[in-house]
Design a binder for this molecule. Structure first.
Ligand code: PMP
Ligand code: GLN
Length: 380
């Protein structure tokens, strides 16, 4: 007797945060804020419980929240295409991605994804019967998209192209030209797009986010995935949403209703109230850009070399080859253990690591933590 899946190793985010705790190291590894969240969110959560929002929410999500998301989305992206019936509330974006693949994929369908890639992509594709087809981005070219490589990867079996903008861990952001090139590439093919846009509200130096769902030529074949965890610095709430055309949304919901049925009601109520009063705007970007700059300033002139300044997300890659020739996992362990600063080795984002000497820092951290960590690192 045996299960199809056996125990997988713990993921690197769990390992590095546990190591940071054990070593009492400054934790710039896992992407989770260490600063307090808006007190009003907590007040709305209490209000939800007091007002009786304690039973199952409707399967697609509270209508109050879906309507607020539609208003917010249409306003910030100057659109008219997002309505409550295009939105499904999910228990986070990880779930949204998994359910998107469960909705779209048939056994043996190929999914093109770009490496470095966030760690839940491969399992989500494979568990749902898909075959991952990797297109590797070139570190020496700042991880920019190589369209020729993507074109070469397309076959008659390609069913999905998975993209992530702003990108974890490189911080690259898709331009309108990228979206147009993708639309040109797949317009005469039966290919869907799963678009991970969880960092849509964290953009620097005047960058703009362009949602996949709003690409006219893609609208009938894209699922855009978002996370309130990133939007409001509440990763532990595990609430997100997916936006797609109505027929795709209805198919998505047919899986969703049996995977979880519905999402935490008090959290949805609190988010609807909060979103009505505080549309995510440039505030998070301004706040986090200062932290990015504090990190970069702190390491300027050190042996950590910047590998392309991040344009979005709360991650920054640094090359450490001037300091050490250890492989990145061993280097990250050494740094956390010996010098009390935890980071994420870049190889965690590859199936077969290419041996690049880079680590990822999360700067969604208190200024004092960034300062103390960079003071240590600059002295190495
Ligand atoms: N995609 C990317 C690129 C991420 O960095 C994260 C963060 N964990 C997720 C998806 C998952 O988001 P959530 O916490 O809402 O599941
Ligand atoms: N998205 C976050 C990161 O990249 C957290 C991932 C996780 O803990 N699963 O660090």
């Amino acid at each position: 007797l045996r299960t199809k899946h056996t125990a997988a190793p713990l993921n690197i985010f769990t390992i590095m945060s546990a190591l940071a705790k054990k070593e009492q190291a400054y934790n710039l590894s896992q992407g989770l804020p260490d600063y307090p969240v808006a007190p009003e969110l907590g007040e709305f959560l209490k209000e939800a419980v007091t007002n009786g929002y304690n039973q199952y929410a409707p399967m697609p999500g509270l209508v109050e929240l879906r309507e607020q998301i539609a208003v917010y989305f249409n306003r910030i992206y100057h659109s008219d295409y997002c309505h409550a019936n295009n939105i499904t509330i999910t228990p986070g974006a990880t779930y949204g991605l998994f359910t998107a693949f469960a909705t779209i994929l048939e056994q043996g369908d190929e999914v093109i994804y770009l490496e470095p890639a966030f760690d839940c992509y491969l399992p989500a594709i494979e568990i749902n019967g898909g075959i991952p087809v990797c297109v590797r981005l070139d570190a020496a070219r700042n991880f920019e998209i190589d369209w020729q490589k993507i074109k070469d990867a397309v076959t008659s079996k390609t069913k999905v192209i998975l993209i992530n903008t702003p990108h974890n861990p490189t911080g690259t952001v898709w331009s309108k030209n990228d979206w147009d090139t993708l639309a040109d590439l797949i317009s005469d093919k039966n290919i869907y797009v799963v678009s991970d846009e969880v960092y849509n509200t964290i953009l620097f130096d005047g960058q703009q986010h362009i949602p996949g769902y709003l690409q006219e030529r893609l609208r009938n074949r894209v699922i855009s995935v978002y996370s309130f965890g990133k939007m409001y610095h509440i990763t532990g709430w595990k609430v997100g949403f997916c936006i797609a055309a109505e027929h795709i949304t209805n198919a998505f919901r047919s899986i969703h209703q049996y995977l979880t049925f519905s999402v935490n009601t008090p959290a949805q109520y609190a988010l609807a109230r909060y979103l009505e009063l505080h549309r995510p705007d440039d505030e998070a970007s301004v706040f986090l850009q200062k932290k990015r700059d504090l990190l970069i300033r702190g390491l300027s002139g050190s042996k950590f070399k910047l590998n392309g300044t991040t344009k979005g997300s709360y991650f920054q890659l640094f090359d450490y080859s001037a300091l050490s020739d250890l492989p990145d996992i061993a280097f990250a362990q050494w740094l956390a253990t010996r010098h009390k600063v935890a980071t994420i080795p870049l190889s965690a984002f590859y199936k077969t690591p290419p041996g690049i000497s880079q680590v990822r820092f999360s700067f969604a951290k208190e200024d004092a933590v960034i300062k103390a960590a960079t003071d240590i690192l600059a002295g190495l």
